[in-house]
Ligand binder design. Sequence first.
Ligand code: CP
Ligand code: NVA
Length: 312
Amino acid sequence: MSTPPRHFIDIWKLEAHDLRAILDDARARKAARKGWPQARVDADAPGAERTLAMIFEKNSTRTRFSFDAAIRQLGGSGIISTSADMQLGRGETIEDTARVLSRMVDAVMIRANHHEDVELFAQNATIPVINGLTDKSHPCQILADILTFEEHRGPITGKTIAWVGDGNNVCSSFIHAAPKLGFKLNIACPAAYHPDLYDLARAAEQQGQVEMTEDPREAVRGADCVVTDTWVSMGDVDGEERLDAFEPYQVDEDLMALADSRAVFLHCLPAHRGEEVSDGVIDGPQSLVWDEAENRIHAQKSILAWCFGKIG
Ligand code: CP
Ligand code: NVA
């Protein structure tokens, strides 16, 4: 019997020690190549002789370029396609696509409209499958966010993260991570746009400290980190209603002032300045959004190394 592939689909399915191993490897790997040209391969080349396929059903800038840069820095190769360019786009099944790609490459990263499609792909693949964002979660983003937070504020365990805005896919991955890494998560969102109730119930079962409120000021007060995201995610069809509902949830200088004086600001990007965040906050001294974007490469290199069985 061959060992099952190591999929990276949701943080709640992973062991806390594996998450910690990935974060520690990312930090060390980033430090080891400080000042190097972007295309130089890491000394241990843990992706040597491996190929990563990247499939996109939705738009992407950061995930696309960071995964491609990541596999190159690990010493491997990448192949990128939109699903529309594949036979997937004209009806070939996910199951058959997974079986075929398992014979051609060593891992697959997928950005999909429907989370269930990534699960189905993984069930039919004999190689690791990585979730590059679905309607339900964005786990790679959250590891980059935690890496960024810890670079500036030390271990996230025991700290308070305030999520302000939509209870969306990115918020769900924070909910998944809270009990695993032992941080407190305060979520402020309008009642109609609450996070997935199964995610909240699972976090409670795992003794996660996740608090819900409709008041952004209550969520942010004393927090070590304030995070937000777009009010209208890819695939949302009620854009106008959302802009109205979320208006009181903009992260601006007044809201940031309620957080701890050393609090940092994170946003997965792309940002909509003047909507979920003011220019003053995203361009201000507490904002780490460019480090956060860069850290997508470093976190994902270690996710790939974990999938390849090189760490953890
Ligand atoms: N944050 C993020 O995933 O960005 P992209 O949609 O550009 O990949
Ligand atoms: N919540 C956003 C994240 C984009 C990176 C979306 O799904 O569109």
